[in-house]
Design a binder for this molecule. Structure first.
Ligand SMILES: N[C@@H](CCC[C@H](N)C(=O)O)C(=O)O
Length: 328
């Protein structure tokens, strides 16, 4: 069969978007899993952090299903939702839509450009749940906000939140950002372990100036990525809870792939986060494959978009800022 793919990214977190609205592919669950493993393989011609299956929805403008590079399905993907959101907005010629995801139907709207001419979208990150059973995290308490977890470290303070995919967050100094502590912890909690039966996305966060943080994430099902949208949203939320930043104010979130903006909203008994950032198309490709052996896919045609060069300007700006603050 032939499949049309659109390679896209949000903050350098890159995906292959497969449009099942305009084409009828009839994938089984096993096909989706196998496609993610085969096409996201960085040693292949394509390579990506995940696949965004963009589908029809009964009650929303479209539905997004996200598969990590290891074939596991995630309940949510913030950077991916901006890409799917842009794609569906353009398909339906709308500026505001709602997208069904595994656990929630979320709003997406076209936003004012975050930097020069970069296509920018604002997505809703919700529901937000602190109960450890929601992650799930097995610990003898209900919540974990800025506390030690001796099984993980005798120094670091961790917070756990589901948005609704699971995140473990710790604020660190710049020396800890790039030593091997994060990788060691992330590999432990994403292998067979007593704390996180389903694994967890692990972020190390450095406070920069007021209203600015840097987030580095080891993603469940992928490994280190340039950025993780739900992790940057969760880190912004925790930074507000710890009074480093303010609710209802913009937080500039730097990452290894650029930067996004988050605004954390606090209502009476719930939180919601706006995640605002680029949704950039890199290329469109047509591949030919047999679903029995998708790893043997062939590329039939590929045509590039020329918007990546605009994104690279933001990347340069963000890198300079990071270099200055973190001396990397
Ligand atoms: N990169 C994503 C999150 C993708 C899913 C994650 N790896 C998980 O398994 O929860 C984002 O931008 O949020």
């Amino acid at each position: 069969m032939n499949i049309l793919l659109r390679k896209c990214h949000g903050s350098g977190n890159d995906f292959l978007l497969i449009d099942e609205i305009s084409s009828q592919y009839h994938f089984t669950e096993k096909d989706r899993q196998n496609l993610a493993i085969a096409l996201c393989n960085r040693k292949s011609f394509l390579g990506a952090d995940g696949i965004l299956f963009t589908m029809k929805s009964v009650h929303a403008d479209a539905k997004m299903r996200v598969f990590n590079a290891d074939g596991s399905e995630a309940s949510m993907c913030g950077n991916g939702l901006r890409c799917v959101g842009r794609y569906v907005c353009e398909l339906l010629e709308k500026d505001e839509i709602v997208i069904e995801t595994m656990k929630a139907t979320l709003s997406v709207n076209k936003a004012e450009s975050i930097f020069n001419e970069i296509p920018t979208y604002c997505v809703e990150i919700s529901p937000i749940v602190f109960s450890l059973s929601a992650l799930p995290m097995t610990l003898d308490k209900d919540h974990l906000i800025n506390e030690k977890v001796p099984e993980l470290s005798d120094q670091l303070l961790f917070s756990a939140v589901a948005v609704p995919n699971p995140h473990l967050i710790t604020f660190v100094d710049k020396e800890k950002l790039y030593d091997n502590t994060q990788e060691t912890i992330a590999k432990y909690v994403n292998g067979p372990n007593p704390l996180f039966p389903d694994g967890v996305n692990v972020s190390f966060v450095k406070e920069l100036d007021k209203g600015e943080i840097f987030v580095r994430t080891y993603e469940r099902g992928v490994g280190f990525t340039n950025a993780c949208g739900t992790a940057m949203s969760s880190s912004s939320l925790i930074s507000c809870l710890l009074s480093m930043n303010e609710f209802e104010s913009s937080i500039e979130v730097y990452n290894n792939g650029g930067k996004v903006r988050c605004v954390v909203h606090k209502y009476e008994d719930e939180y919601k986060i706006d995640l605002i950032g680029n949704a950039t198309y890199i290329y469109e490709a047509e591949i030919k494959l047999d679903l029995i052996k998708p790893e043997l896919f062939q590329v039939i045609q590929k045509s590039s978009f020329d918007e990546q060069k605009h994104y690279e300007e933001l990347e340069r700006y963000a890198n300079q800022r990071i270099k200055k603050e973190l001396c990397v």
